[in-house]
Design a binder for this molecule. Sequence first.
Ligand SMILES: C[S@@+](CC[C@H](N)C(=O)[O-])C[C@H]1O[C@@H](n2cnc3c(N)ncnc32)[C@H](O)[C@@H]1O
Length: 270
Amino acid sequence: MRRAAHQVLDDPKVFDDPLALRVLGVENVSTPQPEAKWLEETPLSRVLRASLAARSRYAEDELHTAVKRGIRQYVVLGAGLDTFAYRNPYPEDVLHVFEVDHPATQTWKRTRLEEAGIPIPQTLTFTPVDFETQTLEDGLRRAGFDTSRGAFFSWLGVTMYLTSSAVATTLQFVASIPVGSTIVFDYMISPALLNPAQRQVLDSLAHRVALAGEPFQTFFNPTSLKTSLRAMGFGQIEDLEPEAMNARYFRGRKDQLRVGSLAHVVNARV
Ligand SMILES: C[S@@+](CC[C@H](N)C(=O)[O-])C[C@H]1O[C@@H](n2cnc3c(N)ncnc32)[C@H](O)[C@@H]1O
């Protein structure tokens, strides 16, 4: 919904997603509808949609770079309503996409796609995996993923909803596949590192997601996370702070759109 709102409300767009409205079952929204909850314009909703747009843009920018380097497999972890697979510009021999998600979410998404009339391309394999009770490795092997070749992974808006052991198991699997494999993921900063104003925003967000039945479970200290990633076998690690995302994607905007300060995006390469 936030990515769809970005298509309607923000100009210029940081992330162009022509299917974001369709997958929601909404089309032809040419003028803002103030009564629609997903189009609300509050300070928090602006920050959240900027953050979602920017992290998706960054992941896809990095994916295209990885394809140029010869990567031929893209794994969208915790895909939700991500639409890359349905607008994948590459042919099958260039990029195959694996959408990994909780089985319940994936079933729901497939219904949404059918209702929206969005065809499933041959370049996509659905891969149901519950990160808490199954391993990514087993799920991907069953789906025909080739662990002897490199891959690019995105994992957006997911680590905070998992236990730290499920996050570690998944990262360890990515670190175990061939050199050049890359993961882009975001994480929430440990509450102890936040100032009182940030803490207030976090508490309100945490309350909201807990009410929805998916509480935040895992936070990271950026320095310790880097150390853990290095120990797992990642050789190149970039931790992008909000200022870096703002400098990269929001510089010079008249509307002051900016990402929030509670999360970082990591780009880690084996
Ligand atoms: C906030 S959504 C993010 C979706 C998408 N990556 C995006 O950026 O829009 C969180 C996603 O994590 C997935 N997820 C949460 N817990 C999971 C679990 N235990 N196993 C697999 N996926 C899980 C949900 O199904 C959902 O697709």
